[in-house]
Design a protein around this ligand. Structure first.
Ligand code: AHG
Ligand code: MN
Ligand code: MN
Length: 338
């Protein structure tokens, strides 16, 4: 039974106290992110009321339309991260370049030892339809020794993450994070303004009965991918088929449901997106760190996502993520037919 009065802040502090060399900076940083997400959550809930919906008319560097809430979420997270005193660089899906951050406290330059990446608003095409959207974040330690962070600090493989998490703005607002010691979930109590522990040590079922993919892309997929989906749809009681299909179109929402109930989410390479659609640093890496901590698996179809060494900030990757056995099976189909 979960202690229903354990706040996110208390949980983070208690976890960090277990590490003798911890300085409390990561706890501070995670609390700052949670605060920014509470503010975003309020805006998401008020979106229809204050005429914040609609397009800004601008496009982000991926060439996609940016909506007002994306811009707002990006601004608030960037601001909070830059002023936290703990970051030397901030990277956002909505920004073309990384944002170097000057140390706030000159005497203690290593205070700003973290890099923060985020997808400020994931699933943004769903905003107008009252469908769950979210924020994804990821934290690394810097490699350079002092001053503002460098590009090299910002493009590290996912295996170097020290913490990662996401927030789903859904029927309630839920924050899920890992700092490398299990995955923990918190639900926002709007009256108290606090995230309260609601899921401790989350584990994804090893095998599932659910797949999440944009099946409209079927004709653009490789043979292996088509065969895999055909297989999941066949009837066979001994292997628990057919699987059920669930696809929200907000990665965070699809991921969160699959984490709770089991499932495999896929965004493969296709004829239109030969490198996949999702971003390695802002989407795939943080969720891959979480899924591995929860006993699941994340792959680009061949290789472990967390081992990919990035070349650029906005690099894309195919993504197969979720229940361990289902992701392994997808890899098997791709290696056999592609
Ligand atoms: P974002 O809103 O941050 O650009 O991400 C959208 C992503 C992801 O959330 C979702 O799973 C995927 O795009 C949906 O893509 P399709 O519409 O091609 O299925
Ligand atoms: Mn996204
Ligand atoms: Mn986004």
């Amino acid at each position: 039974m979960v202690n229903k009065f354990k706040t996110l802040y208390r949980h983070i502090i208690e976890e960090e106290r277990k590490i003798p060399e911890a300085t409390g900076q990561l706890s501070d940083l995670l609390s700052d992110i949670a605060l920014a997400c509470k503010v975003i959550s309020l805006e998401v809930n008020r979106a229809g009321l204050i005429d914040i919906l609609g397009f800004t008319g601008q496009t982000n560097i991926q060439g996609e339309e940016v909506k007002k809430l994306d811009k707002y979420a990006n601004e608030i997270l960037t601001h909070v991260m830059k002023t936290s005193g703990h970051t030397c660089a901030v990277c956002s899906e909505e920004e073309e370049f990384f944002i170097p951050v000057e140390p706030l406290y000159e005497a203690k330059v290593l205070e700003n030892k973290y890099i923060c990446h985020f997808d400020p608003l994931d699933g943004s095409s769903n905003i107008d339809a009252n469908i769950a959207i979210g924020t994804i974040f990821s934290i690394y330690k810097r490699k350079s020794l002092k001053g503002p962070g460098t590009l090299e600090d910002c493009i590290q493989p996912g295996i170097n993450q020290v913490a990662a998490g996401y927030v789903v703005y859904g029927s309630s607002t839920v924050l899920v994070y890992t700092a490398g010691k299990g995955v923990h979930g918190f639900t926002l109590d709007p009256s108290a303004g606090e995230f309260l522990l609601s899921y401790e040590n989350m584990q994804i079922p090893r095998k599932s009965k659910t797949y999440s993919v944009n099946e409209g892309n079927y004709n653009k997929w490789s043979k292996g991918m088509q065969k895999f989906i055909d297989y999941l749809k066949e009837k066979d009681d001994t292997t628990g088929r057919p699987y059920t299909s669930r696809y929200v179109g907000s990665l965070v929402a699809d991921f969160h449901r699959n984490l709770l109930y089991g499932g495999i989410f896929m965004y493969p390479a296709d004829a239109k997106n030969p490198k996949g659609k999702l971003r390695l640093l802002y989407e795939a890496n943080p969720l891959s760190f979480i899924i591995e901590q929860a006993g699941g698996k994340a792959s680009d179809g061949k290789n472990r996502i967390l081992d990919i060494v990035p070349d650029t900030l906005h690099q894309r990757t195919p993504l197969f993520i979720g229940s361990y056995d289902d992701v392994s099976l997808a890899e098997k189909f791709l290696s056999e037919y592609d």
